[in-house]
Design a protein around this ligand. Structure first.
Ligand SMILES: [Zn+2]
Length: 417
């Protein structure tokens, strides 16, 4: 079969999967086509900088990374940024060693030529985007590229999208835009048409399990069970395999179908589901918040001494307040996303039941032994109706219906035979 992956020379890091140094693309299981595309582009970029002629069409200034949640859009974009900024370009033109200062700084988010943009609230405002566009037009301090990594570019407001479009239409010569979105349709056509597409796929459970085993030292059977449960979401699989409380929360969600036998149990299951999602959101948020506070304090000179430090520390209060506001709106978003994820997990469980009821040959997310009893106790029609109730609940939540109300309504539908 001739695919772009097959045409490209086999990158050194893939010749030996046990290699000590698999480079910056090592966390992208099952994305061989994308990795080959990005390596070609990085080699083209290095050729441009060296004044050599790059492979035609390999490199361009605006990229759009799309793929289902957890497939690694932002991981791929980050790896590409590292490959562009890496100082260790080898004889094949391959950058992205993963070891040099530049690569490390890209992954830590501290590289001077990497502008990392994430939505802080639910969307990007126009002011935020204009500032970004202005900064992006600057020259790279390291002499290579100025890379702007725009995560969740689909959360741009319309005005923000216009500001962004202008920057992409008239690119500064050394600026590279990396936009990430779930799908190309999530961006306005005018932006989309100016970007080179990088399309990530849902990786197979085997590919995800392999990475968990090789990179995280997780025992193969456990890695595969986690990978199946996470359905191609690499970060989620890692969390399920390494974080006992995340695994317990999932088990709690999946106990609901057996619990909702009548009104009373359905209502308490609903309350428990909302609570579980809130706990998970809190755990995720806390993990993100504290390092941000620490690095802000450090940026203002905490722990160092000398002239100006005391003055700088006084200026910190305002910045800290700012950070706390942003963290608060992120917490709201995480809470919403987490509940949605629990609902998707529940939907996946019913999908598994439906597959068993229909005798379809599909990879199940849950072990068959957990599903068989429920599958034989109902009909495909009833399972479909339950799936619809879950999807309806997700819709209500996007309309900002109070979570407990929406989930209670769903639980009551699940309990009807
Ligand atoms: Zn490097």
């Amino acid at each position: 079969m001739t695919t772009p992956a097959a045409q490209a020379p086999v990158p050194a890091v893939f010749r030996d999967p046990q290699a000590q140094d698999p480079g910056v693309f090592r966390d992208l299981p099952g994305q061989d086509v994308v990795v080959a595309q990005l390596r070609r582009a990085a080699a083209g970029a290095a050729a441009l900088l060296a004044g050599r002629r790059p492979e035609p069409g390999a490199m361009t200034h605006a990229w759009l990374f799309t793929g289902p949640p957890g497939s690694g859009r932002s991981v791929a974009a980050r790896a590409f940024a590292a490959a562009l900024l890496c100082g260790n370009v080898d004889g094949n033109g391959d950058g992205g060693c993963g070891e040099c200062n530049s690569c490390r700084q890209v992954f830590a988010g501290t590289h001077a030529d990497l502008l990392l943009v994430r939505p802080e609230g639910l969307s990007y405002g126009v002011k935020q985007t204009r500032e970004l566009v202005l900064r992006a037009a600057g020259k790279p301090t390291g002499g290579r590229w100025q890379v702007v990594l725009f995560e969740d570019a689909d959360r741009c407001t319309e005005q923000a999208a216009n500001a962004l479009l202008k920057a992409i239409e008239e690119p500064a010569p050394r600026t590279v835009w990396l936009l990430c979105a779930p799908s190309a349709e999530d961006l306005v056509p005018t932006i989309r048409s100016r970007c080179r597409m990088v399309t990530l796929v849902v990786p197979s459970s085997e590919a995800v399990a392999k990475v968990l085993t090789e990179r995280d030292g997780i025992e193969p059977a456990r890695a595969l069970a986690a990978a199946r449960a996470a359905q191609g979401h690499v970060g989620r699989a890692r969390r399920l395999a390494t974080d006992a409380s995340a695994a317990k929360r999932r088990a709690d969600v999946l106990r609901i179908p057996a619990q909702v036998t009548s009104l009373g149990p359905a209502l308490s299951a609903a309350a428990a589901l909302v609570r579980t999602a809130e706990e998970e959101a809190k755990a995720v948020t806390e993990e993100l918040d504290e390092p941000e506070r620490v690095s802000l304090r450090r940026a203002f000179g905490e722990g160092s001494s000398g002239k100006g430090v005391a003055k700088a520390m006084r200026g910190m209060a305002g910045a800290m307040k700012d950070l706390e506001d942003r963290q608060k709106s992120r917490a709201t978003r995480v809470k919403r996303d987490t509940l949605d994820q629990a609902l998707l997990e529940l939907a996946l469980f019913y999908r598994d039941i439906l597959m068993l009821q229909l005798g379809a040959d599909t990879e199940l997310a849950s072990p068959e032994s957990d599903l068989r009893k429920l599958a034989s106790a109902s009909t495909p029609e009833a399972t479909l109706r339950r799936l619809q109730a879950i999807m309806h609940c997700r819709e209500l939540l996007t309309l900002n219906v109070a979570p407990l109300l929406a989930v209670e309504e769903m639980a009551l539908s699940l309990s009807e035979g």
